[in-house]
Every structure is written in structure tokens, then in C-alpha cells.
Write a protein that binds this ligand. Structure first.
Ligand SMILES: Nc1nc2c(ncn2[C@@H]2O[C@H](COP(=O)(O)OP(=O)(O)OP(=O)(O)O)[C@@H](O)[C@H]2O)c(=O)[nH]1
Ligand SMILES: [Mg+2]
Length: 303
């Protein structure tokens, strides 16, 4: 992340979005979605047909709280969101749910520090959006971010929960030269594998500010080349326009199908250690991360 990252004041807004669900309150919304203690799941045929957009549901709980892993059930549509710090992962979930994540303050450093799942109901379907720390998080090494994400993926797969989508975000205004973007994408594609590529959406953000700017179009075509391996395997590329409709269009396009990622199969089915997996072998060896204020200033301003 560069210090010039565009940080805008957060405003409470009402979006066309799904409703929030608190743990234990899910049963009040629909019989189709129940808490782990009452797992009467929706039975539906698995298909890749895009979801029909059922429109907005009013926000019932104007608060955003993560739900525990144990509350996720196989009938949920689970979507994991990955990317580099500041690419817009949390903001994307804000737009889907209509509720802003709690944030200590406007910061130059990365905000999301853990893998956190948020539940939201739209129509009669419960969606779980999983926010993650950026691959180049300020206080965490790439290995630590990878390990946290891999542990979450391992646990959910062991609970028979498969992902409907994996969204990888990149700001169209960011450069690709830093090496971080290249490395992060390599780790990401190693996590997904070719067999699950059709579950992947490669999303560029900031199009509300950059619409049809020549430099963005140039970056877009560069990214499509950089991301060619996954796109050729069946992943799709999408633009995000920073609205609820744009976010839901991307999510609905994923349909209902669920698949295991390569990383999950490698760890759970093949018994590999995390560092022996395709993605794990692409994670650089542990580097020291800034721990104190002076470390952080040095990192941000390069002295
Ligand atoms: N205009 C605009 N701003 C965006 C967009 N995506 C993200 N932002 C802003 O960019 C900043 C960083 O976005 P976040 O969603 O918090 O970043 P993140 O990917 O979660 O990264 P972490 O800080 O590591 O958690 C916030 O101020 C967002 O409001 C977008 O598509 N358009
Ligand atoms: Mg975040």
C-alpha cells in the first residue's frame, strides 16, 4: 500500500442491499436459513445458473458483526474475498450489506486483521461474505495472512462447506510493478487451482472515479494479460463501480454452484502441510514486519 492511498471519509448510507443477520436470529428471517442448532437447509439443485436478483431487503440490524465459523451451514452461499491491502475488499462487503464495517479511524495502514465472516440475507438465501487481511497487510507477513486464510478454508471444508465464489480485488488505479501484486496473484491462483477457476471473479475497483480514463483502460488490458492463466481456465473478469447494484451483479453472476479449492483438496484430501501446497510454496519466506510506530513511519515514508 502506498501512502497516497485514497482514503475518503466514511459516511453512513443506505444502499440497496441484503439484511444483516445476527447469530441466533437467523430463524426469524426465513425457514430456509437457520442457525447451526437448527440446520434445516434449503435443498436446491446445484447449477451455475446466475442467481435471479430478488431485489432489496430492508436492513434489520444496522450493525456489522462477524459470525463464528460454527454458524456457517452448507446451504449458505459462501463467498471469500481476497486481494491486496486497500484494494476494496471490506468496502465491497459494505456495499453488499449496506452496513459499514466498524473501523477505529481513517488509517493509512491496513484495517482488516483477521478472516471474518459476515452473514446477510437476500430474498430467501443467506450469503456469507468472508473478509480477509490484504496479502501485503501492514502488520502481518504474507505467510501469516496466507496461514490465517488457509486455516479458515481448511476448517470450512472439514465442515462440508464449499465456496460458491472467490473474489480477487485490485484497484485499477494501482500499479502492477511493485512485485506485491504479482506475488499476491500467484498465491491466489495457487489457492484456487484450475478446477475451481469458474468460481473465481477477478474484480477491479475504483471505476466510479476512473471511468474510461486511458490509464485505467491500459491497466485493465495489462491485468487481463497478467491474470491470463486463471481467465483461460474459466475465471471471469469484472469491474466494480462502487455501488450496491454493481456488487450484487458480481455476486449473483456466480450462481449456486459450490466447489472445493485446490488448497482445500491439498490440505484435507491429500494431507499436505500448508507450506507444501501449490499456494504455500509460492509464499515468500517470513519477512520481518513493522511492529512499532517508528517501524511503521519508516515503512510508509521509506527511510
Ligand atoms: N471511490 C472508491 N473508493 C473505494 C473503492 N474501493 C475501496 N475504496 C476506498 O478505499 C479505501 C480502502 O478500502 P477497504 O475496502 O477498506 O480496503 P481493504 O481491501 O479492505 O484493505 P484493508 O485495509 O487491508 O482491510 C476505503 O476508504 C474505501 O472507501 C471503490 O471502488 N471506489
Ligand atoms: Mg479490509
Amino acid at each position: 500500500m502506498t501512502p497516497s492511498r485514497n482514503l475518503r471519509p466514511r459516511q453512513k448510507r443506505t444502499y440497496s442491499s441484503g439484511s444483516w443477520v445476527h447469530v441466533g436470529e437467523t430463524a426469524q428471517i426465513s425457514n430456509a436459513v437457520g442457525p447451526s442448532s437448527n440446520r434445516s437447509h434449503i435443498r436446491r439443485s446445484v447449477s451455475s445458473t446466475p442467481l435471479r436478483d430478488t431485489g432489496a431487503a430492508s436492513t434489520r440490524w444496522n450493525e456489522r458483526k462477524p459470525i463464528p465459523l460454527s454458524d456457517i451451514v452448507p446451504s449458505d452461499i459462501v463467498i471469500l474475498i481476497l486481494g491486496i491491502t486497500g484494494s476494496g475488499m471490506s468496502n465491497f462487503i459494505n456495499k453488499l450489506t449496506g452496513v459499514e464495517e466498524e473501523r477505529e479511524s481513517r488509517q493509512l495502514v491496513s484495517c482488516t486483521k483477521d478472516v471474518k465472516a459476515y452473514a446477510c440475507v437476500r430474498g430467501r438465501q443467506r450469503f456469507i461474505f468472508v473478509d480477509t487481511p490484504g496479502f501485503n497487510a501492514t502488520y502481518m507477513s504474507q505467510r501469516a495472512v496466507f496461514t490465517k486464510t488457509a486455516e479458515w478454508l481448511q476448517s470450512t471444508y472439514q465442515m462440508s462447506i464449499k465456496l460458491t465464489g472467490v473474489i480477487y480485488m485490485h484497484r485499477i488505479t494501482d500499479t502492477y510493478e511493485s512485485g506485491t501484486a504479482y506475488q499476491s496473484f500467484r498465491i491466489f491462483s495457487g489457492m484456487c487451482g484450475e478446477k475451481a477457476a469458474d468460481r473465481v471473479r477477478l474484480v477491479t475497483t475504483m471505476w466510479d472515479e476512473e471511468y474510461e480514463q486511458p490509464r485505467s483502460l491500459q491497466m485493465e488490458s495489462r491485468l487481463k494479460t497478467e491474470w491470463g492463466s486463471l481467465l483461460n481456465a474459466g475465471a471471469s473478469y469484472e469491474r466494480f463501480y462502487n455501488t450496491a447494484d454493481s456488487a450484487w451483479q458480481i455476486v449473483n453472476g456466480l450462481g449456486y454452484q459450490r466447489k472445493a479449492l485446490l488448497l482445500q483438496r491439498e490440505i484435507v484430501d491429500m494431507g499436505k502441510k500448508m507450506e507444501e501446497t501449490t499456494a504455500g510454496m509460492r509464499v515468500p519466506r517470513e519477512e520481518r514486519k513493522p511492529t512499532g510506530f517508528f517501524d511503521l513511519v519508516k515503512r510508509l515514508f521509506g527511510f
